[in-house]
Design a protein around this ligand. Structure first.
Ligand code: ATP
Length: 440
């Protein structure tokens, strides 16, 4: 019935086209010819994103270590970004082609060679291009009113570290996690959701004593790899890359990237970094507020050390789509399917009446599952084959068909997206079945 012809020669164009066609992602302001590096998410994309965030949150709440959550502001005070070093240092090297006026990140191209766009070699000098978006608070535009759209969520965790400690029961070691928007004025946004100007991050800062930091660093690298395995990524396309000493920021003691083998090469998916106590020390120094912690045992104060895990929601979204995209041949026809893990798939099950005459009964099943918060669709239009294809393409793990026999035996046929196996189960077993695949 099926032949696994594919094996993942998926291109970026195929993903972009699927995303648009099925309502995952649209170019922002498309009807006004688009805003470069900015995207809007449609109904299925919004659900997929939500599922990614839920899976990440669940993976942090394993019970072994305390992790609490916060939701910081997007507008950031100038002083915060001065203390963090971003105001002065968060920039990329920029170079322009004097002939065609195209801009490039200087570290993206070979300046010994002509411009890849027009073929002429006439470069400007390299300049530092600031990546933070700057704005002004209130009506008066002067230096004192400058604020920045945050380029990462982490700093709001550091500046609230003391608030969280004194308003909750957490004790070192513990983590503060946050999911939220970040903005970077990337010189050349590219590869769709890989490099955007507005994106979302999932970050966790884990605070601990210096003596425990290396152990926690190793633990978190392992936990994060387990997360990628759990959400179904092909682990042969995941690797870790330890940063060389000369790549590390001066305060950073260790950094490991989790990389994925994209069609455009191995690239960073997540960064895991041991940041020493740089951030808390800087904010103590710049704000004049002591962010150190008193140790009840030694009766001394110390500045906690930090292990950070940081991944982009959108970059992971793109990774998941690349990983799941499959083309095979079913009954002589090419079909596209997304082999998404059930916990990630935007629709868990589609309820399909074999004939429109049966829809009164199939809608009852659908309504009941929806009421219990299962993510389900009811689809009665077109041939059953067409409806299967539509669901395969958006990654729905199972289709549940209500046919004429169902009227008598109270059973439905469950069809599995990947194996195409069909089995008959009783209607009152559907919930169990779905819960089982969701918790796989
Ligand atoms: P890169 O080297 O790719 O520019 P980075 O090292 O600057 O990334 P970090 O500052 O470590 O990235 O950000 C943490 C994570 O946030 C990245 O691993 C990535 O998943 C995500 N991320 C960073 N920049 C972008 C962007 N412009 N668009 C989408 N996701 C991003």
């Amino acid at each position: 019935m099926s032949s696994d012809a594919n094996l993942n020669n998926v291109t970026l164009e195929q993903i972009v086209s699927l995303c648009k066609r099925r309502g995952f992602v649209y170019q922002s302001a498309e009807i006004y010819s688009g805003l470069n590096g900015v995207y809007d998410f449609g109904p299925l994309g919004t659900q997929l994103k939500q599922n990614i965030k839920n899976a990440w949150t669940k993976a942090l709440n394993t019970g072994e270590q305390d992790v609490v959550f916060m939701d910081g502001a997007i507008l950031g005070a100038q002083a915060v970004w001065q203390a963090s070093g971003h105001a002065d240092n968060f920039s990329d090297p920029l170079v322009d082609c004097q002939n065609c006026k195209k801009r490039f990140r200087a570290d993206d191209i070979n300046l010994e060679k002509p411009c890849p766009s027009c073929g002429i070699k006439k470069w400007t000098d390299i300049r530092q291009f600031k990546l933070m978006f700057e704005t002004n608070l209130g009506a008066v535009s002067d230096n004192a009113n400058i604020a920045y759209l945050r380029p990462e969520t982490a700093q709001s965790i550091f500046i609230n570290f003391k608030n969280v400690m004194s308003s909750t029961k957490v004790k070192i070691p513990f983590g503060i996690a946050q999911i939220g928007k970040a903005f970077r004025n990337e010189i050349t946004p590219k590869q769709f959701l890989f490099r955007m100007r507005e994106f979302e991050q999932m970050e966790m800062e884990f605070f601990c004593q210096e003596k425990d930091a290396n152990n926690f660093f190793e633990t978190w690298v392992e936990k994060r790899l387990n997360f990628y395995k759990k959400i179904g990524l092909d682990m042969s396309k995941i690797r870790t890359r330890v940063h060389e000493k000369d790549e590390l920021a001066h305060y950073s003691k260790n950094c490991t990237d989790v990389e994925y083998n994209f069609p455009f090469g191995w690239k960073e998916l997540e960064g895991i970094a041991y940041r020493g106590n740089f951030d808390l020390s800087q904010h103590s120094k710049f704000s004049g507020k002591d962010l150190s912690v008193f140790d009840d045992e030694t009766k001394e104060s110390y500045m906690p050390h930090v292990v950070e895990c940081s991944v982009g929601v959108d970059r992971l979204f793109l990774t998941i789509l690349f990983d799941a995209y499959t083309q095979d041949t079913v009954e002589g026809e090419t079909r596209v399917s997304l082999r998404l893990h059930p916990s990630i798939a935007p629709v868990t099950a589609a309820i399909l009446p074999l004939s429109k005459n049966l829809s009164e009964n199939s809608i009852k099943i659908y309504e009941n599952l929806k009421q219990k918060n299962f993510k389900v669709q009811h689809d009665e239009s077109g041939s059953i084959g067409k409806r299967y294809r539509r669901q395969d393409e958006i990654g729905t793990p199972v289709c549940i068909t209500y046919d004429f026999d169902s009227l008598n035996d109270n059973q439905v046929t469950i069809r599995d997206r990947d194996s195409l196996k069909q089995e008959r189960i009783s209607i009152d077993q559907i919930e169990n079945y779905l819960n089982n695949i969701l918790n796989k």
